[in-house]
Design a protein around this ligand. Structure first.
Ligand code: HEM
Length: 151
């Protein structure tokens, strides 16, 4: 870490991280609502059955992973009794302040899994971009489905 532990700089970075995470939570909820209301276009012709299964699994992961990461981050902050804030505005306390549950150290558990899943999400995003480039090079135009360019 660039800043010393418990320094003002570290506190600032954490507050920014949590606020941006809360903004992402709001965007994710808006995205889920839009996805439920608006049917996405079909996958392009030329996709094999395996391509379609991989695409659907990848898209599902891009919803589930951020939702779980954000929930774990929120839980860790609440378990520690710190309180989640959005640029200084207090957000609802979704989890109680508590140390352990059934012998599990809650802050350690949420912190470790938050980090592991954040790296997993990064890997899924990289694979997603690589798959989009691969399909584009194979002549399957997938970018218009993301609102980029025209069909
Ligand atoms: C998709 C959104 C998010 C991503 C990708 C993400 C990713 C990360 C990463 C990579 C770390 C560093 C882990 C480490 O080195 O220890 C971290 C730490 C942390 N995040 Fe998030 N985060 C997100 C959202 C949130 C939210 C919404 C909250 C709280 C409401 C939050 C709370 C925390 C806390 C408290 C830590 C410190 C963990 C520790 O070291 O104990 N995060 N996050």
């Amino acid at each position: 870490m660039v800043f010393a532990e418990d320094s003002a700089g570290e506190e600032f970075i954490f507050a920014m991280h949590i606020s941006i995470g809360v903004l992402l939570a709001m965007l994710l909820l808006a995205r889920i609502a839009a996805r439920a209301l608006i049917k996405p276009p079909e996958l392009p012709e030329g996709f094999t059955a395996l391509d379609k299964r991989m695409a659907h699994a990848g898209h599902l992961a891009l919803y589930i992973l951020p939702a779980v990461i954000i929930t774990l981050g929120w839980a860790e902050t609440d378990f520690g009794g710190h309180g989640v804030t959005l640029f200084g505005i207090p957000m609802p306390k979704l989890f109680p302040t508590m140390d352990t549950w059934m012998g599990i150290k809650l802050e350690d558990f949420t912190s470790e899994n938050h980090e592991i899943l954040a790296w997993t999400l990064l890997a899924v995003v990289v694979l997603h971009v690589a798959a989009a480039v691969k399909h584009r090079m194979a002549g399957h135009d997938v970018l218009y489905r993301m609102g980029i360019g025209k069909k």
